[in-house]
Design a protein. Structure first.
Length: 337
């Protein structure tokens, strides 16, 4: 195998692992466009929410809905900033949210790889849509849609170029029992769909597996985790089969007025990789604050991550910005009495 072939094969393996991360950022011009679009989107929702609140009478709390979800009575706009900070962090939350996650991942430097020290940039859209199936069971749907994935990769001449396009999509559907706090639990299937626009921004495989989450949550802190394991079962025959784990630790301390501080980072395992390239382990810290745009609550969270364990040519640093508008529940009633 040529030197270029070896580098390309290793780079593809690394990028397939990185693609399971929630990363983001991009070249200056595209960054400005993304920021402008995201801000405009938030402002449109804020204006629409404010207008509807002024035109319509304040609804009375729905006791059936509140009881079924285990949430405080009333809509999300009635919750305090501190309660919203807790619910946004909760993996089996009862509130609807539209999360935009920008990441900027710097690759390991100091080797002969032509992409050494360059940046991988992504923007993920991660809505959370809980529905009360019965008064005792909730269904939380959590898609992760890669709006863009920008990765550097080697060229045949020994240099590097950048590919920016869509990435793969993840969909987790978790069933969770209601009325269990402070203990929380959820389990269900999770999929990865090969929606990427190029070999460098996705894995090219249909994948499925279990998602399991649980932990302990109070008004002051949360210790929990969400694990997803996928195995490939179809897709591009020229791409390697996959078996991979994504573990999200959820460790938060909640303060007054919507402030929160917690662990940041997804722990990844590529079970098909060779010994030293299996694990990607970040150590990070996030700081978040719930604010309001008109009647629209929005959490803004910034985080930094250092990867204490990483594959060859893998990620070294990540700077992450997360913007999470909270919207009214679109399906308020219990579906099955």
């Amino acid at each position: 195998m040529s030197v270029y072939g070896h580098i390309r094969r290793r780079a593809l393996s690394v990028y397939e692992q990185i693609n399971a991360l929630p990363p983001a950022g991009i070249d200056k011009l595209l960054t400005k466009k993304i920021w402008t679009t995201a801000l405009a989107f938030v402002m449109v929702i804020a204006c629409a929410t404010s207008a509807s609140a002024q035109l319509a009478p304040v609804p009375k709390p729905d006791p059936d809905t509140s009881a079924a979800t285990g949430a405080p009575q009333g809509s999300s706009s009635a919750l305090s900033a501190s309660e919203l900070a807790k619910e946004i962090s909760n993996p089996v939350t009862s509130i609807w949210q539209l999360q935009f996650q920008f990441n900027n991942v710097k690759l390991e430097s100091g080797n002969l790889n032509p992409v050494s020290g360059k940046w991988v940039n992504n923007l993920y859209f991660q809505p959370v849509m809980p529905v009360s199936l019965t008064k005792d069971i909730n269904l939380i749907t959590r898609p992760v849609i890669t709006l863009y994935n920008s990765v550097p990769h080697p060229t045949a001449t020994g240099g590097s170029k950048r590919t920016t396009t869509f990435g793969d999509m993840i969909l987790a559907t978790v069933f969770s029992p209601a009325h269990t706090e402070p203990w929380i639990f959820g389990v269900g299937p999770t999929w990865i769909f090969p929606t990427a626009g190029s070999d460098f921004t996705g894995q090219g495989k249909w994948q499925v597996g279990p998602a399991v989450g649980g932990g302990y949550i109070t008004d002051k802190f949360m210790i929990a985790a969400l694990a997803q394991q996928w195995w490939s079962f179809a897709g591009d025959a020229n791409r390697k089969d996959t078996s991979q784990l994504n573990l999200l630790p959820l460790i938060y301390r909640f303060f007054g007025d919507g402030w929160s501080v917690g662990y940041s980072g997804n722990i990844l395992a590529d079970w098909k990789a060779s010994g030293g390239n299996v694990w990607t382990v970040p150590l990070g810290l996030s700081v978040g604050k719930v604010i309001k745009f008109g009647m629209l609550p929005v959490q803004v969270q910034i985080a930094g991550q250092y990867f204490v364990e990483r594959p060859e040519f893998g990620p070294k640093w990540n700077v992450q910005l997360q913007v999470t508008p909270v919207i009214p529940r679109l399906i308020k009633k219990t579906l099955f009495q």
